[in-house]
Design a protein around this ligand. Structure first.
Ligand code: HEC
Length: 114
């Protein structure tokens, strides 16, 4: 290839790349490097000292507040079994299978529906 032609092509390529990068920089709005958000916190726990309260505190509060469960409709233990199984399967909550009936009966009783 002719030496001059080579440099003409090289310059054109570099110019193209430069313009492209400048275009990208102009097109993108400048974003802040980080944002902080504040999540609501709660120190309320499932009441009681039995195995149901212990399990609910261990396996529900990692994603929910106590208040979120407390304000649910009065469901019986069978319905809570379905609900807790849904947490395990749909939302991958790491709740041991053996704890499901313990939690279901505890929450139903807590809400006066067992
Ligand atoms: C791994 C996180 C996780 C854990 C642990 C978890 N859940 Fe959930 N739960 C979710 C998600 C996600 C939703 C759906 C929220 C939505 O739709 O806005 C949900 C929804 C719910 C709902 C609302 C009704 C519904 O079916 O959507 C109830 C009640 C509930 N969870 C109870 C529980 C109880 C009781 C436990 C403990 C045994 C528990 N959850 C543990 C993630 C979790």
């Amino acid at each position: 290839m002719n030496r001059n032609l080579f440099f003409v092509l090289l310059n054109a390529a570099l110019l193209g790349a430069g313009l492209g990068a400048a275009g990208l920089a102009l097109a993108r709005p400048s974003l802040p490097m980080h944002k902080s958000i504040e999540l609501p916190t709660s120190s309320r726990v499932f009441p009681g000292s039995g195995p149901g309260a212990a399990a609910a505190n261990s396996f529900c509060l990692m994603c929910h507040s106590y208040g979120m469960v407390e304000t649910q409709p009065k469901l019986n233990a069978a319905a809570w079994m379905v609900e807790v199984e849904k947490m395990r399967h749909a939302f991958k909550a790491p709740i041991p299978a053996a704890e499901v009936p313990v939690i279901a009966h505890y929450i139903a009783r807590l809400k006066g529906a067992d």
